[in-house]
Design a protein around this ligand. Structure first.
Ligand code: ZN
Ligand code: ZN
Length: 71
């Protein structure tokens, strides 16, 4: 269950979606599933909601969405 997918950080203000992969998170999920009696995880989805640096108030924060728009 490691590899072949991305988990996501989603900006609640501008809708920016950042993809990430973290082996530690992937392994942790399998460990938790084992701890709960050997559940076999076939797929999952993480969506972490919050604010990108710009929406969070950082004046220098870049929002990739804005850059795409001003093209
Ligand atoms: Zn994942
Ligand atoms: Zn944003």
């Amino acid at each position: 269950m490691v590899g072949d997918h991305h988990d996501h950080l989603i900006c609640m203000k501008c809708g920016l979606i950042l993809e990430f992969e973290d082996d530690g998170i992937e392994e942790l999920q399998d460990k938790i599933a084992q701890r709960l009696g050997g559940f076999t995880v076939l797929r999952h989805r993480h969506e972490l909601y919050g604010l990108c640096p710009k929406a969070g108030g950082d004046p220098n924060g870049a929002c990739p969405r804005d850059q795409a728009k001003s093209k």
